[in-house]
Design a protein around this ligand. Structure first.
Ligand code: C2E
Ligand code: CA
Ligand code: CA
Ligand code: CA
Length: 281
């Protein structure tokens, strides 16, 4: 028993070591990724479920690693956040998304993910100002997606930061709602225009008696009372789509409408005037 215990320990420790080494290697590769042109932004349509009208897109970062191929942002964003690389990467994302959107034939909104690390930076509103000025993008077309993580930052600067950003005329969305350290207090004080309902709620909601359905109903009612829009994320099936529509979620985003698309493919789909797409399971 003693022997097997030791073996087990060794197994775990070498596993952890391997994970730490992989992480270190990725962090080093991340340092050069921007200069080497390994990043791209893909755009996923956000659609008004009642009319199938595309109202905007979310910009999602893609890293094409020279050896590993596509590395998931769920994997490299946390590494970028811990190493402060998120500042330069996040700046590139913001400037690129504004520049791309300014060139689209249809004036859709573009939603950009903002890390709590970026948000905590005093200079962040100035960066947004600069990205808007440089691209010429109408501020009303830029939506910043912020997670509940921003409220954990010390210093009580959060209100001032929100007000500075709202003063620029950009929109604010509360991302991944309900998955973090949700407190209704955030909704009371922070000037959000939209709540994004996390796909973890959407996933279970179609099963009979599932509590996610009640939670989504409550989020929608809350958002409506506070004059905010809602987007259901990660909608994949017709069952989920029909339910989100029935629950009066304002917008739907997910594979039911479209995968995230590279800018060229996305632009090719824009054909002047309104852009509508059909759900397809
Ligand atoms: P998120 O902000 O919640 O983005 C939505 C994620 O759901 C994206 O994953 C998207 O590709 C995926 N998705 C969309 N529709 C469906 C669907 O129908 N089913 C399923 N299963 N998934 C769907 P992605 O692109 O891998 O990004 C993962 C996370 O990485 C994002 O989650 C966001 O937190 C972060 N991220 C991505 N791009 C950026 C960025 O530019 N900056 C920052 N700070 N974070 C980013
Ligand atoms: Ca997001
Ligand atoms: Ca999200
Ligand atoms: Ca999410």
């Amino acid at each position: 028993a003693k022997g097997s215990g030791r073996g087990r320990f060794r197994f775990f420790s070498s596993d952890l070591l391997k994970a730490a080494e992989d992480r270190k290697a990725l962090e080093e590769d991340l340092h050069d990724a921007l200069a080497q042109g390994q990043f791209a932004l893909h755009y996923q349509p956000i659609v008004k479920a009642q009319s199938n009208q595309v109202i905007g897109v979310e910009a999602l970062l893609r890293w094409n690693h020279p050896e590993h191929g596509q590395v998931s942002p769920a994997r490299f964003i946390p590494i970028a956040e811990e190493s402060n690389l998120i500042r330069t990467i996040g700046e590139w994302v913001l400037r690129k998304a504004c520049a791309d959107a300014a060139g689209w034939e249809v004036p859709l909104r573009v939603a950009v993910n903002v890390s709590p690390v970026q948000f905590a930076d005093e200079a962040f509103p100035a960066l947004v100002t600069s990205a808007l000025a440089q691209s010429g993008l109408d501020p009303a077309r830029l939506e910043l997606e912020i997670t509940e993580g921003v409220f954990l930052e010390e210093g009580g600067q959060t209100d001032a930061r929100f007000n500075a950003l709202k003063g620029l005329g950009v929109r604010l969305a509360l991302d991944d709602f309900g998955t973090g350290y949700s407190s209704l207090g955030y909704l009371k004080s922070a000037p959000f225009d939209k709540i994004k309902i996390d796909q973890s709620f959407v996933r279970g909601a179609t099963q009979p008696g599932n509590r996610n359905r009640a939670i989504i109903t409550a989020i929608v009612a809350l958002a409506q009372a506070l004059d905010m829009e809602t987007t259901a994320e990660g909608v994949e099936s017709f069952d989920q789509f029909d339910l989100m529509k029935a629950l009066c979620v304002s917008h739907v985003q997910g594979f039911i409408y479209s995968q995230p698309l590279d800018n060229d493919t996305f632009v090719a789909g824009l054909s002047g005037g309104d852009w509508t797409i059909e759900p397809s399971g």
